[in-house]
Ligand binder design. Sequence first.
Ligand code: NAG
Ligand code: NAG
Ligand code: NAG
Ligand code: NAG
Length: 382
Amino acid sequence: MFVNFRRIRKCQCVQLMTTCLVLSVVMVCWEQLDNNVVSHVKSYSYRYLVNRFTYLNKSLTIPREQARSFSNFRYLLDHPRKCADQDVLLLLFVKTSPENTERRNAIRSTWGNETYIQNTLGVTVKVVFVLGAPQTAKEKPDGVTFQQQLIHEDGLHGDLIQQDFLDSFHNLTLKLIMQFHWMHSRCAHAHFLMTADDDIFVHMPNLVKYLQDVSGKGITDFWIGRVHRGAPPIRSKDSKYYVSYEMYQWLSYPDYTAGAGYVVSGDVADKIYQATLTLNASLYIDDVFMGICANAVGVSPQEHVYFSGEGKAPYHLCIYDQMMTSHGHVEDIYDLWKAATHPQVKQKASGLLGRLYCTAVKVALLCKPYYVNTYSCKAAFL
Ligand SMILES: *[C@@H]1O[C@H](CO)[C@@H](O)[C@H](O)[C@H]1NC(C)=O
Ligand SMILES: *[C@@H]1O[C@H](CO)[C@@H](O)[C@H](O)[C@H]1NC(C)=O
Ligand SMILES: *[C@@H]1O[C@H](CO)[C@@H](O)[C@H](O)[C@H]1NC(C)=O
Ligand SMILES: *[C@@H]1O[C@H](CO)[C@@H](O)[C@H](O)[C@H]1NC(C)=O
């Protein structure tokens, strides 16, 4: 017993020394080597060796009256009764910008078609587009303003939710907050909330089946997507994702899911809503801010290998059989929707031979010796 105990102590000692060594190397190299690799190493060491995000909550907590300034924008377009009197499985927010009409129409007639989902999958999914206000200076050649065009579009489809803040990259966190507040006041009974980019493809039949399973098991604290662990804040001023030390002081972000598309259960959505009431939302990277909110309320994300994050799925029926999301689809969305929901997919990918064939195909497509931004190799064996 005694020997064992000593051995454990020794192990811990070695671990501690390694930690110190890594950290001191990191410290020494700090200024000279501040490139991408080093910042990832620093951030990873921080995430896995230090990993105390409890201080985040305290230092970013602000009085409620001040936090309100991030959420009390006027609604320019709204549908308060969108979810009323219905059992909504999934409330799906698509983050869009005023000028992306084409993308919205493509989604409406493919994976985001509520009527199709209701008729063929037998569940209620609400797809709404969230956006801010267009720049007033922008006007189309025929004299119609973007806002008039949006009002017209909303008249046809009734699915735009718009608040009176400028629609811009640096206001994405306001858009995130708007989603959780809208759900809280207009659709709190939805079982799941999803947030997605407007250039994403969602395999709705696969997703619905999966969420029905999860819902049936009564799972709570559910947050799923492509997880970023120990990601470092980018300190180079040329980057789109530049974050100043003033805005975020630490070496690594808490774990979060890629903003391209992720799902949370209703209980998590409510907790995030509560967190937004007292947090400083000036950090404009919306998925990171989501990670901070979740951290404050003790929720952590789980990886699902068929959520692609920023990656794009290979075009193959063996992939269509299991995919959830794939990023970067605009022109090809109609074709992909047809191919991915074709009855042949399930036929060919089932049975012993079908499964063997698909495993081989997926290994060939996903387990490349070089990096391809798509599903991970693990997905081949699922
Ligand atoms: C949505 O699906 C329904 C039924 O499948 C179809 O009639 C309708 O045209 C579709 N809507 C769009 C915008 O394509
Ligand atoms: C965000 O929206 C607010 C309110 O419309 C606006 O004043 C501000 O300039 C916007 N910020 C950015 C960075 O676009
Ligand atoms: C929120 O954080 C920003 C820095 O990102 C800071 O300038 C601002 O004063 C903070 N707001 C409050 C209310 O503390
Ligand atoms: C911050 O943490 C405290 C205690 O850990 C908790 O009571 C509080 O709700 C958290 N704040 C937010 C905004 O979640």
